[in-house]
Design a protein. Structure first.
Length: 201
């Protein structure tokens, strides 16, 4: 049964502090991110504004907990022919693990990406990370590449694997991509946002 009063919604600039707080431990204590200095709220707000001009960025709010996780899409490669492909990332508050938030956020994100016209999603995972691999493969991602010892952090070299998922059937001539704002009036937009709510627990 879905969590009562939970919300998956587009990120807003006011969420920058909460998003930065969720992200910071992945920078200072983990290797999911290869950044070494966590961005503050002001920098996170800048990233939110820059990203959401083209790609969706969502947060999950739980009753009594505020923002419990976030997910976003971003540029896979800036060359024009790659424009229908996107890289995706999800981060969950460490206190909210095992509640289905990652799957819920990804489900809603992918529904929005389809509305915009994207065809491929890619995720990079610093290895080993059985939890992230399990999440991505449960969503339909499959491994496609491995970069051996590509990043150096915390005194050692780390491998990064790449996983890919097809978002929808390819057309011989893909349509122009919609900006996130252009999807606001589409009939399926709210359904897309709500698509992941049933997975929360």
């Amino acid at each position: 049964m879905p969590v009562v009063n939970a919300i998956i919604r587009p990120v807003e600039e006011r969420d920058a502090s909460a998003v930065a707080a969720i992200y910071a431990p992945h920078v200072t204590e983990g290797v999911a991110s290869f950044e070494t200095v966590p961005p503050d709220a002001a920098e996170m707000a800048r990233r939110i504004v820059a990203t959401t001009e083209t790609y969706p960025w969502l947060v999950c709010e739980l009753p009594g907990s505020g923002v419990a996780g976030y997910v976003y899409a971003t540029t896979f490669n800036p060359r024009a022919a790659y424009q229908w492909s996107t890289a995706v990332t999800v981060y969950i508050d460490a206190r909210q693990h095992r509640r289905g938030i990652g799957r819920a956020l990804y489900t809603s994100l992918f529904a929005l990406l389809r509305l915009q016209g994207f065809y491929n999603a890619y995720g990079g995972i610093t290895l080993p990370n059985a939890g992230s691999v399990g999440l991505h493969e449960s969503m339909g991602f499959r491994p496609v590449a491995m970069y051996k010892e590509v990043g150096y952090k915390f005194g050692r070299w780390w491998d990064v694997g790449w996983w890919a998922m097809s978002l929808q059937e390819k057309l011989s001539e893909p349509t122009d991509l919609l900006k996130p704002d252009a999807t606001r009036e589409l009939p399926g937009r709210q359904d897309a946002l709500d698509a992941g709510l049933r997975l929360l627990r």
